[in-house]
Design a protein around this ligand. Structure first.
Ligand code: ATP
Ligand code: MG
Length: 578
């Protein structure tokens, strides 16, 4: 992808920028006219014209000055509307694109960037880019136009004097360019330190329960303080540069006025310069301080914007999941087959020679020790990792759109995610017009109905950030209800019932089996009892299927299933309860 620049962001809004620049130019022209009018008034005052003539001319110039004020007010509105409005549009587009890119990042890209870092880039950096595209452009243009026209106007009045006064401005231009590079580098450091600080805050808030249980608040506060001190020192480095930069520019600007008074007053005394021209030049020189400061600000904002754009662009060029165009979509699933599937990660064999079929109307249980590859197997089916030889309805999943697979095969992960919001929002997944009866039915299937009756606000109960007000088992059941609400063809529960007691687990499994009796059900569990009555069971060990068949068959075979069963039978009532 081509690297984005501030220029490329602006050129997609050419029309608005054009109108904005016209507005800004008009305001600048009016500003430049004011000293000329003031000079005229002073010359009239200094001359010995008749009272009548003098009065009528003063009225004329006063009227011109009022017109200038009115025109300035109108065009100030015009440039603000077009230029600052455009910067808001750029900010919105950038943020929308950034957000959708972040949503599609691959797992590996997420590993390289913490959520805090992604948040900082998406909020703070884009805000700075907006400033660069808005006020940054305004001050840059204003600075250049005013500087040029003030110098031309001064040159027309007195070329010699203009040459004397411009010496300090050449020094200033060199300084501005030099400082710009330093500012870009230092600001980049500030932003990356801010990313770290945001991530640290997120990490601490996210794990506050663990921190409290380990009574580790003081240590965590110190860790946060370290990041905070780093952020402060990065800012101070930047401020040091600024602190020297601004006074230097003001000093050089003052030096020009000093040169002017020194030479200009002599020129007036020698009769080479009228008092009116002297006053006009004086006004121009005082006016010069703004464009010079503006140029400094422009360099600062544009360099900051550039640094931030590079940081945002870094995310925009990270790997995302493949953009699938024109692939098949699935509606109904008849069959899923794994045909000699293997998966290697960082030269480790995670899965080897996996073979199995699952047909509509059947249930599959997957068991095995921790780390055997159970979750990885599902990740392949859902196209989170690439794999050959997996087929749905005899079509390779590589020829099927990933979103259509994930819509029809709903996976409930090991660690259920609960969003801050109401119970209803969590089940309907923030659907705009959720079906309340359907939500209740899903909660019934997932065994949550008794819990719901105990909730003061029913479906509108706020379940808090990450479900802090729910028990572990409740969180699991709400996430199962969410999956059922999607009305999928296949539901996959990955150790999702582990926090429940055996009776509750059995009841929920019955409900789910009944709901999915004409569809597909896959349950992963290291607890053999959970999948004991399933049509087919797969036993995984170190990435290989070591046993396959019904529980009746596996119970009689020597092997891992029998071993696991023997260990788990010791758990009171585990299998007998079934
Ligand atoms: N993104 C990854 N990068 C590298 N290795 C991984 C990755 N994900 C999983 N693994 C490795 O693959 C193996 C299988 O992991 P997997 O999560 O599939 O196991 P599991 O059977 O689901 O275990 P558990 O019962 O504990 O959930 C493990 O050794 C794990 O360390
Ligand atoms: Mg797992």
């Amino acid at each position: 992808m081509k690297r984005k620049t501030l220029y490329s962001l602006l050129t997609s809004h050419k029309k608005n920028i054009f109108f904005g620049i016209i507005g800004l130019t008009m305001v600048d022209m009016m500003q430049l006219l004011v000293p000329i009018l003031v000079g005229k008034v002073i010359d009239i005052l200094a001359s010995s014209k008749t009272d009548n003539f003098f009065l009528s001319d003063l009225n004329k110039y006063a009227f011109y000055l009022i017109i200038c004020g009115v025109v300035m007010a109108i065009f100030r509105f015009v440039w603000r509307f077009f230029l600052l409005g455009t910067s808001r549009k750029i900010e919105k587009n950038l943020r929308d694109n950034y957000f959708s890119r972040v949503q599609n990042l691959t797992g590996a890209s997420f590993q390289n960037h913490s959520p805090g870092d992604l948040m900082a880039r998406g909020v703070n950096d884009i805000e700075t880019i907006k400033m660069a595209c808005g006020f940054g452009i305004v001050v840059a243009y204003d600075g250049i136009v005013l500087l040029t026209f003030i110098f031309i106007s001064m040159f027309l009045i007195s070329p010699i004097f203009t040459l004397y006064a411009s010496g300090p401005f050449i020094i200033m231009s060199i300084l501005i360019i030099k400082y710009g590079d330093i500012i870009e580098r230092l600001f980049s450091n500030v932003q990356s330190s801010f990313s770290n600080l945001t991530e640290e805050a997120r990490r601490i808030i996210y794990s506050i329960r663990v921190i409290k249980s380990l009574n580790d608040q003081e240590e965590q506060s110190n860790l946060f303080k370290k990041k905070s001190i780093h952020y402060e020192s990065m800012n101070i480095n930047l401020i040091k540069i600024w602190a020297g930069y601004q006074p230097l520019i003001t000093f050089l600007s003052g030096l020009s006025i000093f040169i002017f008074i020194f030479f200009g007053s002599n020129m007036v005394l020698e009769g080479k310069l009228s008092i009116g021209d002297f006053s006009a030049l004086m006004v121009y020189l005082t006016m010069l301080s703004w464009p010079v400061v503006a140029m400094g600000l422009a360099v600062d904002w544009l360099k900051r914007g550039n640094a931030c754009l590079s940081r945002v662009d870094k995310i925009m060029t990270q790997d995302t999941e493949a953009n699938e165009v024109g692939l098949a979509r699935i509606e109904e699933i008849d069959k899923v087959s794994f045909d000699n599937v293997s998966f290697t990660k960082d030269s480790n064999n995670i899965l080897s020679n996996i073979n199995f079929n699952i047909k509509r109307g059947s249930s599959l249980g997957i068991t095995g020790k921790t780390g055997a590859g159970k979750t990885t197997l599902i990740n392949l089916l859902l196209k989170y990792s690439y794999s050959d030889n997996i087929k749905i309805n005899n079509i390779s999943i590589n020829d099927i759109d990933k979103n259509s697979i994930r819509k029809k095969i709903v996976y409930v992960p090991q660690n259920p995610v609960i969003f801050s919001g109401t119970l209803a929002e969590n089940v309907s997944f923030f659907e705009e017009n959720p079906d309340e009866n359907k939500i209740i039915e899903c909660l019934r299937i997932s065994g949550f109905i008794n819990d719901l009756e105990r909730m003061k606000n029913g479906l509108n109960e706020i379940v808090g950030e990450r479900g802090v007000s729910l028990s572990g088992g409740q969180r699991q059941r709400v996430s199962i209800a969410r999956a059922i609400y999607q009305n999928p063809e296949m539901i996959i529960l990955d150790d999702t019932l582990s926090s429940l007691d055996v009776d509750t687990e059995l009841q929920i499994l019955r409900n789910i089996k009944d709901t999915f009796r004409e569809k597909f059900l896959i349950v992963i569990s290291s607890r053999v009892s959970t999948i004991f009555l399933f049509d087919e069971i797969i036993v995984l060990d170190s990435g290989e299927i070591v046993q396959k068949g019904s529980s009746k068959l596996l119970e009689e075979q020597e092997g891992l299933f029998k071993d696991l069963l023997a260990i788990q039978r010791i758990l009171p009532g585990a299998i007998d309860a079934k």
